[in-house]
Write a protein that binds this ligand. Sequence first.
Ligand code: FAD
Length: 527
Amino acid sequence: RAQATRLYSAGDPLTILASDSLKETLHNSSTAWLVEFYSSWCGHCIQYSPTWKALAGDVKDWDQGIKLGVLDCAFEKNFDICKEFGIHFYPTFRFFKAHSTTFDVGKTYGGADRELQTMRQLMVSFLQNHSREEWPSKCPQLEPSGSADVLAQLGQKAEEYTAIIIEEEDSYVGREVILDLMKYEGVTVKRALGSEKLLLEKLGIAALPSAYLLEPSGKHGLMNVEKRLRFFFSSYLKLLPGVRRKQALSARALGPARMSGSAVAVVWKDFDKSKVYMADLESGLHYLLRVELASHQTLEGEELKTFKDFVTVVAKLFPGRQSVVKLLETLLEWLVSLPLERIPYDAILDLVNNKMRISGMFLSDQLQWVGCQGSRPELRGYPCSLWTLFHALTVQAAQRPDALANTGLEEDPQAVLQTMRRYVHTFFGCQECGRHFEEMAKESLDQVKSLQEAVLWLWRKHNQVNNRLAGALSDDPHFPKTQWPTPNLCPACHEEKDGLHVWNEEKVFHFLMDYYGAANISPKYTL
Ligand code: FAD
C-alpha cells in the first residue's frame, strides 16, 4: 500500500484509488472524475506529481462537480485493473462523467500540454459537456445568462447576492468563479458574455472580464477588486457579509449561530479585520497561563525548560501594555532566580494572580475575544489567539533582533519558532494539533536561516493548516478558513502566473511586519 501511494499521500487533496475501489468510486458517481493513472517508477510521473497536487489544491472546492483521483499502475495489486482499463502509457489522464455506467473506461486526454491551467480548463469544459440528465446535482449551471435575464434582476430586492462575471467567450474565469463559490451560500454567481452589447452598456462595463454585484437590498454596481483575476473575484465574494461556507448537517445541529440573533446571543463586538486586537492577545495569555498550564500540577525537566523558554520569549517580545509586560518580566526573573528543578504550578499561579496589582502588574482574568470571537462559543477564541500571539512574536523578533540579548536565545533565528514548537508539543491542549504542527516543523523548520524566514515560515504553515481545515466542523462559517492575507487586505501580495495564483512573498513579508507590528494592535475592548 505504501508503494501504491508513493507519489501521493493521504494528506493530498485528492482521492487515492486502488483496484478494489476504482470501479465503485467512478461508476455511477454523483460527480465527474479526472483520474491520473500513473506509475510510481516513471520519472515523468514523479516530476509531474507536484503539478497534479497543485491542481488538486486549486480545485478542491469543485468536488461536488468534478473530483481528482490517482491510481498507481506499478502497484502489483493494480496490474489487472490497469490492464482492464487499457492503460498503456504513464501518466494517462482519463475523464469519467457523472453517473457513468459500469462499462465506462473513461475518455483519455491525449494532449501534450499538461500545464495546470490547461488541465483546469479541460475539467471545466468536460463538466459543461454533461447532458441535463447526467448533470451532477449539486453543481451549479455554467452556461452564460442572457442580457434580459440579468437586466430583469437589476434593482430587485433578493435574499442573497448575485454576482455576474462578464467575460469574453473563450474566457474561463466566470465558470471558475462559479465553481469556486459552489460550496458557499448567500451568493449566486452567474456569467454573461461580452457579446451582449446592451448589457455592457447598461452596466457601464468597459473592460473584460469584469464582475457586477447585485446586493440583496437592490443596490448594484461594479465589483471593486484590485485585479480582475479569478482569485480576486472569488475571494471578494467569499468575504461578503452573510456569505458563508455551507456546513455539513452535523455542524448545523450544533445550534444556531450567535451572529444570527439567536437566544444564546452574546454582545457582538464590531471590529476591523485589518487590525490585531490586544484583547485577543491578553485573553490568550490569560487562558494559557491560568487554564492550559494550570492543568499541570508541577513543572520539571523538559516541561520546565520549555516553560522557561516560552516565558523568556513572551517577556522579551510581547508587544503589549506595560502592566502585562511587567508581569511577564517579573515571572521570568522569578523563574531564572529559582534554582529549583521542580516547580509546583500553584506557585506560578500565585505570582500571576496575586502580586500583580501591587506594582502595576496586571493581566485581566476575563476572556474578551474580539478579532478572535466566534459565531458560536465553541468556535475560534483560544487557538485563534495563540496563532495571533505566535505571529506577533515572530514579527517582533524580526523588528527587534536585540530583544533576546543575554537570554541564550539571541543567536538562533529559529529560537522563537522552536520555543513555540515545544510549547505546542508539550502543553497545547489540542494534542492532534500538536502532532500535526510537529510534523510540519520536522519537515522544514531547520531550513529557516533568518528572522525574516521565520516570519514567513509561520505564515506558510498557518496557511497549510487553513487549507487542511477549510470546511471542517471547527471552521466558523462566518470566518471561513482561507488563504491569508486575502486580496482585500493585501492586493499586492497576490499575483497570477500561468493561470495559477501565486504569492509575492516579499510583499507578504512587509504586510505581516505591518499587520502584526505593535502600531497595528488596537487597545479597543481591553479590560
Ligand atoms: P485561525 O486559523 O486561528 O487564525 C487566527 C487569525 O490569524 C485569523 O483570523 C487571521 O486574522 C490570521 N491568519 C490566518 N491565516 C494566517 C496566516 N497564514 N498567517 C498569518 N496570520 C493568519 N485545528 C485543527 O482542527 N486541527 C489542527 O491540526 C490544528 N492545528 C493547530 C496548530 C496550532 C499551532 C494552532 C495554534 C492551532 C491549530 N488548530 C488546529 C486550530 C485552528 O488552526 C484554528 O486556530 C481554529 O480552528 C480557529 O480558527 P480561526 O478561524 O479563528 O482562525
